[in-house]
Design a protein around this ligand. Structure first.
Ligand SMILES: NC(=O)c1ccc[n+]([C@@H]2O[C@H](COP(=O)([O-])OP(=O)(O)OC[C@H]3O[C@@H](n4cnc5c(N)ncnc54)[C@H](OP(=O)(O)O)[C@@H]3O)[C@@H](O)[C@H]2O)c1
Length: 311
């Protein structure tokens, strides 16, 4: 019997994913949610925000693939079938795209670009002495697939980079801090803080007013992870008081950011609409094809996320 992959996403282009997966796995039976197919043949689900109860009719499901790196919405669902492996996308091009966005954000702040943009609007020739990059300490919170790559990109440019993760990391070439006890030390040495943690019960609200106050006064702040990791009211207060000097925000507690949100009109904030990185079917399909191949041979999938841990 054919093994079927069912696709469901309100955001992603099914044709692009079908084309990329057919190239990697020519015999895969690719179906869209809503097509006419035998639910018992479905072994794999490639999904982003599928409808409530989506998984219930697929009794032979072996693998759920989240169409993205952040699995927070998927693992928070109450209708996930127990015992079915869940993977997120691993895509070197997604990591590269994210790395370039983080580098842009950090350089924007470190090279005083917002001050030059403001001066240009006033037709003012305002000289600010450039600082050597190694004197700017960039802290990356979360040294996972995307975070570590971004940290290494910043280090390659010459920034003085430190990272924070749950478990200790060796051999990354980055100064690593781990665990909650190390958080105050980590934060107090970040001239620019970049949030790249997953959203989990442990990280929601982690960057509250007290922790933002641990940053050096006037620090830069970049969030490309999830809005809920930061207390948004505390962030606005820190931006107003000057505790945070500049921010680049790609993610928000509520998306789209409501039109009346105070962040929109803050001079020291750059807002982008959750565009830091996307998975690209051409490169991400390799990892999906590998895991399907493993399941066909009776092997376990690689890179399954820990549903209970949340990432
Ligand atoms: N804005 C966008 O366009 C966009 C695009 C893609 C992804 N994202 C976001 O980026 C996030 C990060 O992606 P990724 O692939 O790098 O994630 P990942 O591979 O899952 O890595 C997560 C990192 O965070 C650390 N971590 C998790 N919980 C922690 C805790 N409680 N305390 C300290 N460290 C903790 C982990 O520590 P260990 O290494 O010790 O496990 C790991 O280093 C995603 O979850 C997603 O939300 C955003």
């Amino acid at each position: 019997m054919a093994d079927t992959l069912v696709f469901s996403s309100p955001l992603d282009d099914p044709d692009a994913w079908e084309g990329a997966l057919r190239e990697a796995l020519p015999d895969l039976d690719f179906r869209r949610d809503g097509d006419d197919f035998d639910p018992d043949a479905v072994r794999y689900a490639l999904v982003w925000a599928p409808p409530e109860g989506f998984f219930a009719r697929f009794r032979n499901l072996q693998l759920i693939i989240n169409l993205g790196a952040g699995v927070d919405a998927l693992v928070a669902r109450t209708d996930l079938p127990p015992g079915v492996a869940v993977t997120r996308l691993h895509d070197p091009l997604m990591a590269r795209m994210m790395g370039s966005f983080v580098l842009f954000s950090v350089l924007r702040i470190a090279r005083d670009i917002p001050a030059f943009e403001a001066a240009q609007r006033r037709r003012e020739w305002r000289f600010i002495e450039p600082r050597p990059l190694e004197r700017t300490r960039v802290g990356i919170m979360g040294l996972g697939e995307l975070g570590l790559h971004a940290a290494q990109e910043c280090a390659r440019q010459g920034f003085s980079v430190r990272g924070w993760s749950r478990s200790p990391k060796d051999g990354t070439g980055i100064a690593c801090f781990s665990g909650h006890d190390a958080l105050p030390d980590f934060l107090s040495g970040c001239d620019i803080l970049v949030v790249m943690l997953p959203k989990t019960p442990e990280t929601v609200g982690l960057l509250n007013a007290e922790r933002l106050a641990l940053l050096p006064r006037g620090a830069g702040f970049v969030n490309v992870a999830r809005g809920a990791i930061v207390d948004q009211q505390a962030l606005v207060a820190a931006l107003r008081s000057g505790q945070i000097g500049q921010a680049v925000l790609d993610v928000f507690e509520h998306e789209p950011l409501p039109p009346d949100d105070p962040l929109w009109s803050m001079e020291n904030v750059l807002i982008t609409p959750h565009v830091a990185s996307i998975a690209l079917p051409g490169s991400a399909s390799t990892q999906i094809a590998e895991n399907i191949g493993r399941l066909r041979r009776g092997d376990a999938v690689v890179g399954a996320i820990d549903v209970a841990r949340g990432y």
